[in-house]
Design a protein around this ligand. Sequence first.
Ligand code: GDP
Ligand code: MG
Length: 441
Amino acid sequence: LGGSISRALAQMSNATVIDEKVLNDCLNEISRALLQADVQFKMVRDMQANIKRIVNLEALAAGTNKRRIMQQAVFTELCNMLDPGKPSFTPKKGKPSVVMFVGLQGSGKTTTCTKYAYYHQRKGFKPALVCADTFRAGAFDQLKQNATKAKIPFYGSYMESDPVKIAVEGVERFKKENCDLIIVDTSGRHKQEAALFEEMRQVSEATKPDLVIFVMDSSIGQAAFDQAQAFKQSVSVGAVIITKMDGHAKGGGALSAVAATKSPVIFIGTGEHIDEFEVFDVKPFVSRLLGMGDWSGFMDKIHEVVPTDQQPELLQKLSEGSFTLRLMYEQFQNILKMGPIGQVFSMLPGFSAELMPKGHEKESQAKIKRYMTMMDSMTDAELDSTNPKLMTESRITRIARGSGRPVRDVMDMLEEYKRLAKIWGKMKGLKIPKKGEMSAL
Ligand code: GDP
Ligand code: MG
């Protein structure tokens, strides 16, 4: 933390002494934002003290933008708080893993189970869903419906009332069928009750999950810590998923969940639909907590990656809501021009977590080049269109043939485009900075 503050300080040209009042005002303002975002009261207080200590130590001189320095310090601190220091278990293809979902009723377990299964299915896993919720009427039907839509095998019963029995049967069956990701959905209760936790303990003991995921609704507010802790005390929670991030809640409870379970957040749910599910990315999440919006981080990254002469045009297009395949192509070019991907300090929003996972830089680079080869076989009309319906089967086949790639790869590239278009599409309607204002943002 000290390092980033000294860096921030060093960037400031105008050296004056930070005065206590400005510092306090600033911190109070940030704290208010965090409380509104449901960050636990105690955490906000601790952080406030922490930041004060750190900033004072180094703040012999300060720059013109004190608010920004404070925000930076808090930003880094929050990022650290969301990092429990050890990664969660990740399933491997071809090796059977059991993943158990726990959480209160209505938190989004059943929905998230299917999203999680579908996400891994698209990555080449053979997932399966087991419904061990015998508490709520209709639970099995809901899971069955979701699973059928996503073409994922499922197991459950309308008759059996013992969740442990069903869980064990389901896990055994899918192990025999060589599924490599067996997901056990469990029941919840409206309240934290002893019976629920005893049931979770038994299901966990019987199925020996490789990973227990705690699912938490982002809108539960200050209750997050106690809830997460209660689950952690009965089963060994190893990861957290925060749901309903498409709503009003900013998800400050995530900090509590990480602290209480000592496990990382791995995904967030951003809607009811099966593909409204994102790999958790700490920086945009923290920006949102601080009420900085995605906007400032987005601008920073554009400055880093996009050449200055291209920036106004890119922003103009994004403000019109037209993220075309050609724009994606140009951003790929920019990234590749910056040298080996592993050395690029920071990627454009959406490009990092999914397209370029850490430790797979070589593959990512090859993938980007492959995408570009396929785009080279596209017509101008295709590159400039924002209408996904334009990409008919015959066009896809033609592009595949022209680039010498399988149709699957073209589909893959178009999926990636859709994903990015969704993220970048959020910039629609943005106010475009005038000349000279760019660097001030
Ligand atoms: P469970 O009781 O924990 O299994 O929760 P469900 O999976 O049945 O979800 C409860 C409700 O929340 C359902 O109406 C879901 O559609 C909804 N839901 C789940 N995840 C999300 C999300 O990320 N965003 C939104 N908007 N709704 C969600
Ligand atoms: Mg359910």
